[in-house]
Design a protein. Structure first.
Lengths: 292, 319
């Protein structure tokens, strides 16, 4: 197999490299620009190097109440991640058998993925408004609103993350060998034990992948939050609000901080997946150990 | 199924003899279909509460009446008549909504064509030219990581490059190609298309790559052996077999662009009208029925596009 690579390889390799540069180049530009000197502007060249804009954000003297929005987004992201993982794994298990309403759930997930976000968002906001009006009319006149970060906001984010979770589960079980589970059962495992000690350890790397999708998609979510989040803002909404008004590198500093969280989570998740895969490769599956 | 589940209950070897002995132990046995419901139910409930019912509300509210500050739950076609205002009176000129949809479709087509081209060749490179699995993983990951970072940041990222004093303009000025900064680089249709391509080519790469990776390599060798040129193999073997991925990717990109209002807003300097943008504007003006009516129109058009495309391929079979 030592024939030289065809010319198309080099052409496409350059094309691919250009695409990667196109993907990352602009992002790197703003990370660099967030270290502008105090006199620096929105564009190159750099006017000195400092952490002025980054520290300014943390001092809260900047344009938004970064701390509160940061905590809100983090809280929502973690909850969305947890719910996405649990519901996706459970539903993924269900899809290994035939059950009624299977195709309804499948098409709901696909539709939720491709119906434009603004429509879902508007629908959720209408739903909550109407519920609010009903409560005000029939039960409590002073009731304010049921809309909020962890009600309508959480729901809106889940309509975006769950389809990804479910599709990842399909991909996992497409190449999952059901004989492993049957073997566990033949050895006397209860369905829960078979899941806990055989299935889960094998699919765990991909489950962490689902968590990664759950958190990052929520952390950066914008279109679905826009109408459905209620009175408070998440970090991306604040950032979007800034795009029309800001004239100094605050906005890049905020962007850099949001990205830093994303990259930390990505690194953590990928690192864990890598470690788990290596452990699986080295020791085989440790499935069943807990039973003995 | 039954026998294996019976055996599950038999922890002690003495019980293996007869299934009758094991049965009483599992008095509270759950039927498989009930377990499926337990497993899939919570997700179904989330979609019901936060997707399906909200869609029904969008349709209902689109037929409600409204005044300056509130919804009036009484049947009215005002949401629609307001939306299509002047569409007949102004003929043969196009009314606002028709113009807006034409512009959205144009953006959509541009973005679709460009993402398809880039996505196809990126996927092709990854699937056919990168031979080592490790490299394939690593490079796919490289394409995926930006997807896990914020869209708004990836939009803002173009400002220092394309702005009036941005890198592109100052570079062009230095080389003497232009004397004045080019204005159409940022907050224009150009920057909107650029940003949409930047953000969403990923949605093309993944499904096309998935289709391509499943293509049996011996088919391609067979084509070469039968005397096909590289181009003929591409057109007659690879493209037809990658079609499901191409269609799924296209559905993603088209639906995203049809409903987009954020990229078009931020990169268009809030000056470009689009289908999603109308909805946002109406909501901001608290004209919910009109917003809902626009959402219904957008939904119908998106649905038509998807039905047309899914005629070409059975989505369920491909996942």
């Amino acid at each position: 197999m030592k024939e030289g690579r065809p010319r198309s390889f080099y052409v496409l390799a350059i094309f691919f490299a250009a695409y990667v540069l196109f993907l990352y180049g602009p992002m790197i530009a703003i990370y660099v620009l967030s270290f502008q000197g105090p006199q620096g502007g929105l564009t190159f060249p750099m006017n000195g190097v400092s952490t002025y804009w980054l520290t300014k954000l943390f001092q809260g003297t900047g344009i938004v109440d970064l701390g509160a929005a940061f905590r809100r987004s983090l809280l929502l992201g973690v909850i969305v991640m947890a719910v996405t993982v649990v519901l996706s794994v459970a539903a993924g298990m269900a899809f290994r058998r035939k059950f009624r309403a299977q195709s309804i759930l499948f098409y709901s997930a696909i539709a939720s993925l491709i119906v434009p976000s603004i429509i879902t968002s508007l629908g959720i906001s209408l739903e909550f408004r109407i519920v609010d009006d009903l409560i005000k009319a029939h039960w409590n006149e002073n009731f304010e609103t049921s809309m909020g970060l962890l009600t309508s906001g959480l729901g809106a984010h889940l309509t975006w993350t769950l389809p990804f979770g479910l599709l990842i589960m399909f991909a996992i079980f497409n190449r999952f060998d059901p004989r492993l589970e049957e073997a566990a059962r033949d050895l006397g495992a209860t369905p829960w034990q078979a899941f806990r000690h055989v299935v889960l350890p094998i699919i765990l790397p991909s489950v962490i992948g689902i968590g990664l999708f759950g958190f990052t998609l929520s952390w950066d979510e914008l279109a679905r939050s826009s109408q459905a989040i209620g009175a408070v803002n998440t970090l991306p909404l604040d950032l979007q609000g800034l795009t029309t008004t800001v004239t100094n590198p605050d906005i890049y500093a905020l962007g850099t901080i949001i990205s830093a969280v994303s990259f930390a989570v990505i690194t953590l998740a990928l690192g864990t997946i890598h470690t788990l895969n290596r452990r699986q490769a080295a020791k085989g599956s440790d499935a069943g150990k807990g039973l003995v | 199924m039954d026998t294996s589940e019976d055996i599950l209950q038999q922890r002690s070897p003495d019980l293996v003899r007869g299934s009758e002995t094991a049965r009483p132990a599992k008095a509270a046995r759950l039927s498989p279909s009930f377990i499926s419901w337990l497993q899939a139910g919570p997700m179904m409930l989330v979609f019901l509460a936060f997707f399906l019912i909200p869609l029904v509300f969008v349709v209902i509210v689109s037929f409600w009446d409204y005044n300056e500050y509130q919804l009036l739950p009484a049947f009215s076609g005002r949401g629609y008549t307001d939306t299509f205002e002047g569409c007949i009176a102004q003929l043969p000129d196009l009314c606002t909504i028709a113009k807006t949809y034409l512009k959205t479709l144009k953006l959509c087509f541009l973005v679709w064509a460009i993402t398809l081209f880039i996505g196809f060749w990126v996927a092709y490179f990854l699937a056919f030219h990168v031979k080592s699995k490790t490299w394939q993983m690593g490079l796919s990951l490289l394409c995926t990581i930006p997807f896990w970072t914020s869209n708004v940041i990836r939009m803002i990222a173009w400002i220092p490059l394309l702005g009036r004093n941005g890198l592109v303009n100052s570079g062009l000025m230095k080389t003497g190609l232009i004397n004045q900064p080019v204005e159409w680089l940022l907050f224009s249709e150009f920057s909107v298309v650029l940003a949409l391509v930047h953000l969403f080519t990923f949605f093309m790469v993944v499904p096309i790559f998935n289709s391509m990776i499943r293509i049996d390599k011996s088919l391609i060798e067979a084509a070469y052996d039968a005397g096909a040129t590289g181009f003929q193999t591409l057109v007659n073997v690879i493209i037809p077999l990658a079609k499901p991925g191409i269609v799924i990717g296209s559905i993603f990109v088209i639906t995203i662009v049809m409903g987009d209002f954020i990229t078009i807003g931020v990169m268009g300097g809030q000056q470009i009208a689009a289908a999603g943008k109308i909805i946002e504007t109406r909501v901001n003006a608290l004209q919910f029925p009109a917003a809902a009516a626009n959402a219904v129109i957008l939904l119908v058009i998106t649905f038509l596009i998807i039905t047309m495309m899914s005629r070409i391929v059975d989505i369920k079979k491909e996942l």
